[in-house]
Write a protein that binds this ligand. Structure first.
Ligand SMILES: [Zn+2]
Length: 274
């Protein structure tokens, strides 16, 4: 009798503790992911340059440029900002701001802009969101703010934040964006020093993992090919290993942002995965 009463009391207190710890349990917040078109593909291109293990010489894959709108209750995270409108043949047909208008989201509702890495095809329209808190890997921030940034970094797009007028966080490791574990920027360095991928735990679809440029096409992900332009090969391999384990553990849908064959892993714009 006494044991039963004790265990009941223990269960009750554990349940109460649980409520305290998980004040906002996963699944109660309105979460959604919408893909935005952030650049057009001129057609299939040879992707062998993205792999240094010579396994896919001659393989042609349509390369696309993707950004994502992540809704978390009344707040929004914009993940990557794609090509700029002046990028010529690969420029998007519609600005991110105009695409957001089609789903009734104003630029000032974007609370966070998360940047996977500093390359120009991921930062093209960041300046359209000056009110947002910029989230970017510390290693990449250090490159953007270095005395001589490399030619494939565009610090001018970040003038608002570099000059101190905008809120920003330079992330040394992972970042739990909304503090409830539902949207996590994963530290996955190697393509660039501060590269991040994004994990979103959707209540219905399940986990979705957005690659950034940890990998550029499906076959490359499967064979651990590394682009020769990456800043660190061993970091890339460690990041691939981590992401594959996270994807297996969370049963995530892995979406390679540049691989056109992954576009239909999310509903077509303006629909959202929930
Ligand atoms: Zn890149």
């Amino acid at each position: 009798m006494r044991r039963t009463a004790l265990s009941l009391a223990l269960s009750a207190s554990l349940a109460l503790t649980g409520l305290g710890v998980f004040a906002q349990p996963a699944g109660t917040v309105d979460l959604a992911v919408t893909r935005l078109d952030c650049g057009t593909s001129p057609g299939p291109s040879d992707v062998a340059r993205f792999s240094d293990v010579f396994t896919h010489v001659g393989l042609q894959v349509p390369i696309v440029y993707s950004c994502y709108l992540v809704k978390h209750g009344d707040d929004y995270l914009l993940w990557d900002t794609g090509q700029s409108m002046s990028a010529g043949a690969v420029a998007p047909k519609t600005t991110i701001v105009d695409q957001l208008a089609q789903v009734n989201v104003k630029p000032e509702q974007i609370k966070f802009v998360g940047i996977s890495h500093y390359h120009p095809d991921h930062t093209g329209q960041v300046a359209s969101f000056p009110q947002a808190t910029l989230l970017i890997g510390k290693g990449d921030w250090d490159v953007l703010t270095s005395p001589k940034p490399p030619p494939n970094a565009n610090p001018d797009r970040f003038t608002h934040w570099i000059g101190g007028a905008g809120k920003m966080e330079a992330l040394p490791l992972d970042k739990d964006v909304f503090g409830d574990g539902s949207v996590i920027m994963l530290y996955t360095p190697g393509h660039t020093p501060g590269h991040h991928s994004l994990l979103v735990k959707l209540p219905q679809k399940g986990a979705v993992l957005l690659s950034g440029d940890l990998m550029h096409f499906r076959e490359n992900y499967d064979t651990n090919g590394v682009p020769t332009i990456n800043t660190d090969r061993s970091q890339t391999l460690a990041s691939l290993d981590r992401v594959k384990k996270i994807a297996a553990g969370t049963k995530a849908t892995v979406i390679i942002q540049h691989d056109a064959r992954d576009i239909d892993r999310l509903p077509a714009f303006p629909a959202a995965a929930k």
